[in-house]
Write a protein that binds this ligand. Structure first.
Ligand SMILES: NC(=O)c1ccc[n+]([C@@H]2O[C@H](COP(=O)([O-])OP(=O)(O)OC[C@H]3O[C@@H](n4cnc5c(N)ncnc54)[C@H](O)[C@@H]3O)[C@@H](O)[C@H]2O)c1
Ligand SMILES: [Zn+2]
Ligand SMILES: [Zn+2]
Length: 369
C-alpha cells in the first residue's frame, strides 16, 4: 500500500537539498515506519551534499532524528506502535561479533550507511521509478521513514523530540569521543579542536569525566562563548595560542588528550593535535574530511603517543542513548543549550548555511504533519 512523504533529498553531489514528495513502502519484516518530529543538522550530511564523503545518490538526507513508531512490520520486538524513539545513526543488532563485545558502534549491520540499501538490496523510498536511499539507512529529513528496528532506541515519552534527535549522533559522538574513545580521566588536560554540535559534547564529556583543563580551539567567538557554557575552562581562537597556554599551564608536560571535532578534517589540525599532546598522549580523530596524518613514526614512538580514530564516539547506542538522556534529565548534560535555531523542512539549505557561517551550535528541523 505505502504512503507519500515530503523529504529533503540530494540528487547528486554539489546540488542543494531539494524538497520533494516520495513514495514510501510499508515496513517489511523487522522494519518499522517512524513519523519523525525532529531532525538535527549534523555536519556529516553537508559532507555528503558537498561530495566530500562517499554516498550513493539520490539520497534522502538526515541521520539525526527522533519521532514516533507508527507501524511495525512482522517480527519486530524492540519497539511497538506509539513508542517514542531516537534513531541511532549506526544500527545495533545486538548479536554480531562487535555488538556482543560491547562495541555496538562497529555493528556489522551498519555496512549500508553509505548506500541506504536494506540488507536484501532494496530501497523503501521511490520516485518515478528511481530508488532513494536514506543516509545511514535512515533519512530523518523525511516526515516519515522506514528503518530497521536495529536503528531504533526507545526513549521515555516525556523527553522533547528536538533534544532527543541530537542523541542519535552529535551528542553521543562528541561525549563518547572524550569519555570512551579518548578515555579522559580525572585531572587531565584535554584540548578539543572545533566546538560545534559534536565538539560541544566532547567538552561536556571531558568535563564530566573530570578533566582539570578543558581547552577549546574554535575560530568563531560564539562557539567559544558557548563552549564555556558546556564546561570549557579555557578557549582560544587558534591552535597556536592554545598550544602556548598548554605548555605554560602543564609546565611543559603538554596535554593528555587532543580531540578533533572540526567541521572538515585537514592535515594541519592533526599536526597541531599531535604537537599539543605529551608523553603517552592521545589524539582522537572524530572529524570527517580528507586530512592525512603526516608525521614521522618517531613522533609517536619517543613519547609513546597514540592516534585513535573514533566512530560514534565508541558508544554502545542501546546503553549510551538512554544513559545520556538520564544525564539530561538529572541536569548533568546540557541538551537544550545545543539547539541554536529551529527550521522548517523547506529551510534545510538555510540551516546548513547558518552552520557553515558559524551561527549555530546545532540547527534542528521541526517536521510539520
Ligand atoms: N566520527 C563520527 O562518528 C562522526 C559523527 C558525526 C559527525 N562527525 C564529524 O565531526 C565533525 C564535526 O561535526 P559537527 O556537526 O560538530 O560540525 P559543526 O560544523 O557543527 O562544528 C565544527 C566546528 O569546528 C570549528 N572549526 C572549523 N575549523 C576549525 C579549526 N581549524 N580549528 C578549530 N575549530 C574549527 C567551527 O567553527 C565549528 O564550530 C564533522 O566533520 C562531522 O562530519 C563524525
Ligand atoms: Zn552525525
Ligand atoms: Zn551488531
Amino acid at each position: 500500500m505505502g504512503m507519500r512523504t515530503r523529504a529533503a533529498v540530494c540528487r547528486e553531489p554539489g546540488r542543494p537539498w531539494e524538497i520533494t514528495e516520495l513514495d514510501l513502502d510499508d515496513p517489511q519484516a523487522n522494519e518499522v515506519r517512524i513519523r519523525f518530529e525532529a531532525a538535527g543538522l549534523c555536519h556529516s550530511d553537508d559532507h555528503i551534499q558537498k561530495g566530500d564523503a562517499r554516498m550513493r545518490f539520490p539520497v534522502v538526507g538526515g541521520h539525526e532524528g527522533a519521532g514516533v513508531v507508527e507501524e511495525v512490520g512482522p517480527g519486530v520486538t524492540r519497539v511497538a506502535v506509539g513508542d517514542h524513539v531516537v534513531c541511532s545513526f549506526i544500527p545495533a543488532c545486538g548479536s554480531c561479533r562487535y555488538c556482543s563485545t560491547a562495541r555496538q558502534n562497529l555493528c556489522d549491520s551498519g555496512k549500508n550507511a553509505a548506500t541506504g540499501e536494506f540488507p536484501d538490496g532494496t530501497f523503501r523510498f521511490h520516485q518515478d521509478g528511481a530508488d532513494f536511499g536514506g543516509l545511514c539507512v535512515l533519512g530523518t529529513f523525511s516526515q516519515h521513514t522506514v528503518v530497521s528496528e536495529f536503528s531504533c532506541i526507545p526513549i521515555p515519552a516525556d523527553i522533547p523530540f528536538d533534544v532527543a534527535s541530537l542523541v542519535g549522533c552529535g551528542v553521543p559522538t562528541g561525549w563518547g569521543s572524550a569519555v570512551h574513545a579518548a578515555g579522559v580521566r580525572a585531572g587531565q588536560t584535554v584540548v578539543i579542536y572545533g566546538a560545534g554540535g559534536v565538539g560541544s559534547n566532547a567538552v561536556q564529556g571531558a568535563r564530566y569525566a573530570g578533566a582539570k583543563h578543558v581547552v577549546v580551539v574554535d575560530p568563531v567567538e560564539f562557539k567559544r562563548d558557548m563552549a564555556k557554557v558546556f564546561g570549557a575552562t579555557h578557549t582560544f581562537a587558534d591552535a597556536r595560542s592554545a598550544h602556548e597556554f598548554v605548555v605554560e599551564t602543564t609546565w611543559g608536560e603538554l596535554a593528555d588528550h587532543a580531540i578533533i571535532t572540526v567541521g572538515v578534517l585537514h592535515d594541519q589540525v592533526i599536526a597541531d593535535a599531535l604537537a599539543v599532546v605529551g608523553k603517552a598522549g592521545q589524539v582522537t580523530i572524530t572529524a570527517v574530511g580528507n586530512g592525512s596524518i603526516r608525521t614521522g613514526a618517531s613522533a609517536l614512538i619517543g613519547y609513546q603517543r597514540r592516534v585513535q580514530g573514533a566512530i560514534f564516539g565508541g558508544c554502545n547506542p542501546l546503553h549510551d542513548v538512554p544513559r545520556l538522556l538520564g544525564l539530561y534529565r538529572s541536569g548533568d548534560l546540557k541538551l537544550d543549550e545545543l539547539i541554536t535555531r529551529r527550521y522548517r523542512l523547506d529551510q534545510v539549505n538555510e540551516g546548513y548555511q547558518d552552520m557553515l557561517d558559524g551561527k549555530n551550535v546545532r540547527g534542528v528541523i521541526i517536521h510539520e504533519h
